[in-house]
Design a protein around this ligand. Structure first.
Ligand SMILES: [Zn+2]
Length: 502
């Protein structure tokens, strides 16, 4: 019987669903068709597989070949099925023993010379196969990373011929696990590079400790971009489960380099699909690539409103639903948002030497491009001004270094996880009030301050979250009046819809 069934997997979001490559060699005129792939994809697969088999000195079966990738309702990515199809042809035509593919899964693209290549999403496929207790046949290129998966059984080969030789043996050689980490820690700029900005250094420490989203409003050249790139260096490594999700996301997106914690800074001209996710292959967007790290949006007011509105779901629940051609994938997107914008379109509003000629109306329109609900989710708003020559000269020494701050941030985060199993950023309502454990006098102080400043309920919650982080940084269990005081002063930039005559 000229039939063969080879197990493989297709990508669906971060999951890898089982797919069987069914190969039938029928009588009649020689031909080649693949059920479930488009005509173009079929032609491409046929050319690669035929050339690879010929270059490996194996025989192309002269039959009417039908390949079915089952089940039919999954989206299939063409190139990764080259290897299972080639092996199925060899088994069906008697060039490989049928037991050589039993209880094994195969993934990989074939070069015309028979070379085996890796592909985006290999990590998810090997993880799923390992969980199903199966061996995997893969390309040796890029296999060190895959060999890190615990209990994985990998048969790696540089080309089709070598893999066939391995498979013909009773016990094919398995790849050894290498003592490397899946994610390497990235070095970010040090906090001491922020000269003359001691206030900003403190804000960054608070943002890092409580995971608070941060908005910096200030003129060009004040150090907003540098401050944003310092922040990931202050964060402790994400938990193992988040690191694993980050690895999968990077692998699915075909990114070659990993950074831990991630720092993503997409340009404001990027498309909605590239930011949020959902390009032709429904791949994760920039917000998912920042999972467990920092998403920096420079020139926030220049981003299309549609993009900014889409940020509300991930900011709320740490996930994003990406829909593409009737398929809906859910990607994790739990990031810390750091946004920066100029105070007005020209950027010099409020600067002593500035020549701002923007009218109040222009400034109002500029700021209203960022919606109120998005602003509500940002706990820390700070106004930055260029440091004076005196500040630059007197604070030119390294007052604080990232490593010292990182230590304090890690301690503060430990306190938060021990108390409420989440960061202060995620507290709301009754949980927030309970976590703050305000004394009667502090409560009275807060009520007086709220009335004097005319704050809304949402605004009070934002300040309470920041005050909770300040208390955690100072090692205090209850939130004191001094923490509230500092929290009230930290959110000082006016909201975009506020009056601009300040
Ligand atoms: Zn201006």
């Amino acid at each position: 019987m000229h039939l063969a069934f080879v197990a493989s997997r297709t990508q669906a979001g971060l999951a890898a669903h089982p797919v069987t490559a069914e190969i039938h060699l029928g009588n009649g005129l020689p031909g080649f068709q693949i059920v479930g792939l488009s005509e173009t994809a079929t032609r491409e697969v046929r050319s690669r597989v035929k050339s690879a088999i010929a270059s490996s000195h194996l025989k192309w079966p002269d039959f009417n070949i039908t390949v079915n990738l089952a089940p039919a309702d999954h989206i299939k990515q063409g190139a990764r099925f080259d290897l299972p199809i080639a092996l199925g042809l060899l088994v069906a035509s008697g060039q490989l023993p049928p037991e050589s593919i039993d209880n094994r899964e195969f993934f990989g693209e074939l070069g015309l010379d028979g070379t085996l290549r890796s592909f985006p999403g290999a990590l998810a496929a090997v993880l799923a196969a390992t969980e199903a207790g199966r061996y995997c046949g893969i390309a040796i290129q890029g296999a060190e990373r895959l060999a890190m998966i615990e209990e994985s059984q990998l048969i790696g080969a540089p080309d089709l011929l070598t893999l066939c030789a391995h498979l013909k043996r009773a016990t094919p050689p398995l790849l050894k696990r290498a003592p490397t980490e899946l994610l390497t820690t990235t070095t970010y700029p040090d906090l001491s590079q922020l000269r003359g900005q001691s206030g900003l250094c403190h804000v960054l420490e608070v943002a890092a400790a409580g995971g608070h989203h941060l908005l910096m409003v200030g003129p060009p050249g004040v150090g907003k971009t540098l401050a944003a790139s310092v922040l990931p260096g202050l964060l402790p490594p994400p938990p193992a489960s988040v690191q694993r999700e980050t690895c999968l996301l990077y692998d699915v997106a075909g990114a070659l380099s990993y950074s831990c914690p991630p720092f993503r800074a997409p340009h404001h001209s990027s498309s909605v699909a590239s930011l949020i996710g959902g390009t032709a292959m429904a791949l994760p967007g920039e917000i998912s690539m920042a999972h467990g790290g920092v998403l920096f949006l420079d020139e926030l007011a220049e981003f299309p409103r549609a993009v900014l509105n889409q940020l509300r779901q991930p900011l709320e629940n740490g996930e994003i639903d990406v829909t593409r051609a009737a398929h809906r994938y859910r990607y994790p997107a739990r990031f810390q948002l750091v946004a920066a914008m100029n105070p007005c379109p020209c950027g010099f509003l409020g600067e002593a030497e500035g020549q701002c000629r923007c009218t109040p109306d222009i400034i109002r329109r500029y700021r209203q491009s960022v919606s109120g609900p998005l602003m509500d989710r940002i706990d820390l708003h700070v106004s930055l001004h260029k440091p004076s020559p005196r500040q630059l000269l007197t604070q030119n020494g390294a007052t604080q270094e990232s490593n010292d701050v990182k230590h304090r941030v890690a301690q503060a985060q430990c306190r938060q996880y021990a108390r409420q199993q989440c960061l202060n950023r995620e507290l709301s309502g009754d949980d927030l009030l309970e976590a703050c454990s305000l004394s009667a006098s502090t409560r009275t102080y807060l009520i007086e301050a709220v009335e004097a400043l005319g704050l809304s309920a949402r605004s009070v919650h934002r300040r309470l979250r920041v005050a909770r982080t300040l208390a955690d940084l100072s090692g205090s269990e209850p939130v004191e009046a001094s923490h509230l005081n500092t929290a009230l002063s930290l959110r000082e930039a006016p909201a975009p819809a506020d009056a601009v005559n300040y």
